[in-house]
Ligand binder design. Sequence first.
Ligand code: ME8
Length: 516
Amino acid sequence: MSKFYLTTPLYYVNANPHIGHAYTNIIADSMARYKRAKNKEAFFLTGTDEHGEKIKQAAVANNCEAKAFVNKGAENFKKLWTKLDISYDSFIRTTDDCHIKVVSEVISTLKEKGDIYKDKYKAFYCVPCESFWTGPQVKEADGCPECKRKVEEIEEENYFFKLSKYEQWLKDFLKANPSFVMPKIRYNEVLGFLNNNSLEDLCISRPKKRVSWGIDFPLDDNYVVYVWFDALINYISGVGYSLNNDNFKKLWPADIHFIGKDILRHHTIFWPIMLKALDIEPPKRVFAHGWWKKDEKKISKSRGNIVNPLELIKNLSLSLAGNEDAAVNGFRYFLLREVPVGLDGSFSWDALVNRINSDLANDLGNLVFRTLNMVEKYLGSEVSSQTTPPKEFEGCLDNLANNYTTHMDGVEFSLALEEVFAFIRVINKYIEDTKPWVLWKEKKIKEIGEFLYQLCEGIRIVALYLYPIMPKASESIYRQLGVENKSFSLAESSWGKVLSFLINKEAPLFPRIDVD
Ligand code: ME8
């Protein structure tokens, strides 16, 4: 079985998770489930970023010791991942001993290689971004070039990593590997940046007198490690990095790092260069998705416009007759269906409700409910008259088999879902055109049996394809159809893999939400 190693960013624990964080983890979870369905051994790593001045400041503001504060923060993220059905394999925290050890080893190795030196430094520092800014274009009055918040001018001695030494290597690497950064617009952005700027060496230490909460800098007791340098290393420490570690050898290079476009440069400039300097292969791909916005502004804790996913799920459940699975699945579906992953999306309650009502309650939910009803009413819950798919299904089934995996492999969830829903609409139309109630009146029991087998088998295939995005909904469909093999392997996607169904109806998958 071949492996597929995928990661998400490590989220800062200074505030509660919001839908932006949920989005990245739902993307990664859907990809992990899809790869498993394709019989790959997926390893999905997520976690929390727990060092640095802004975490310390948040702990102080909450009257809390830093360690107790980050413990609570990590728990908040884990709680959300459980609620959203995120099937991660490992959760790494930058305060974990095994991570701290690897960070120290990395710095010692880079020092031995001559890639770290000490120098005097003058720059503007942005605490919320944990970033230094230099150069004539940065002015204190204008604030941080990234987030526009206040910056402080700082002059101090620090340790530097020789990014500049690897600039040409990175340019050559990117030119030779155009699919290293996706989508294409982000690849062009990185190349453009490199063509218009020469790389400055990266300041990788912070004096303890200014930043006390961090990993001790192994070369000097007066310093801690810069949070970004610390956090990026999680992608190798999280799979047991050391040259002879079997797990590391098996899983590295990562197949995909999922990130938001806000942290593109860290992952496509700093990170591959750090790995190159350590003689470690770069990851195969960095995928930078777009932002969820509200009223045209990026959703972020510092802007105070966050959508709390736990509260959202709670409210959505209330609107869905208390059905929390429907709320979680509806939320996951909305985020992946509404906009292509590379673009920005605009979040609103109305858009969420419209999607759930039209696609999930009307098209999918009704199809399942009325099919199961008919099986109960006409056949006493059991279907076993197997037959080939009707000609109406054929084109759609072929499209699904051909295009679904292409879209999923290309991180095109919305297109993959469009294909599945095109099939759902074809099945619904087939019901209208066949008019089973007329067959029933005419006592055509054999025809009804064959017709309902076609519907059940069609729905089973739909559930299989939807599983990576809406796992609980697909599990419910399988239970209701009485499907025994619950592996959700795509090897089961061909017609006729299940020969009989024993119906066990549950509450509607997606009740319709009242819109006033
Ligand atoms: O940057 N829309 O952590 P962070 C979509 N600790 N995704 C969003 C989003 C939005 N409005 N807001 C945040 C950090 N995200 C560092 C990462 S990795 C070694 C260190 C998601 O808590 C998106 O994935 O600020 C983004 O890249 C990430 O959260 C930033 O999370």
